[in-house]
Design a protein around this ligand. Structure first.
Ligand SMILES: [Zn+2]
Length: 140
């Protein structure tokens, strides 16, 4: 489970920080808010180790990770009341287990379809990010 020097999550470097802002640590993961906020409240739950596939986790690790995912999804749901939360684990080019937590809103972007990985159109002020992060933290 060691570090991978090419991985932005392992290296905690600016490639990661350009895309997302750290919210907090949970049991086996770190939670981030995406800077791109087309789907208001969109987060990322990043597993603590450099693991490529979900099936590489043993049942205890898997259960702990899913529990973290559940906590974040519940917090986002409580904070922003979307019509549905979407969950996405892709990582073709990023072999470090992470789950996109994407709130979808009825009648808004991509409702009834898959979310866009990076719509690249909705960015907020640092103050607004802080506000969203506080709102999510209060619900965690
Ligand atoms: Zn990694």
């Amino acid at each position: 489970m060691g570090l991978n020097k090419d991985c932005m999550y392992c290296m905690k470097d600016e490639r990661r920080d350009n895309l997302m802002i750290e919210i907090c640590d949970l049991e086996v993961s770190t939670v981030f808010l995406f800077r791109e906020q087309t789907y208001t409240g969109r987060c990322n739950v990043v597993y603590k180790g450099h693991v490529k596939e979900l099936y590489e986790l043993d049942s205890q690790e898997l259960s702990a990770y899913m529990n973290d995912v559940k906590k974040v999804a519940a917090a986002v749901d409580k904070a922003f009341q979307p019509g549905k939360i979407n969950y996405g684990a892709y990582g073709d080019k990023m072999h470090h287990l992470h789950m996109h937590i994407v709130p979808k809103y009825e009648g808004k972007e991509d409702w009834g379809s898959t979310f866009v990985m990076n719509p690249d159109k909705t960015y907020l002020t640092e103050e607004q990010y802080k506000e969203i992060i506080e709102t999510i933290k209060k619900s965690l």
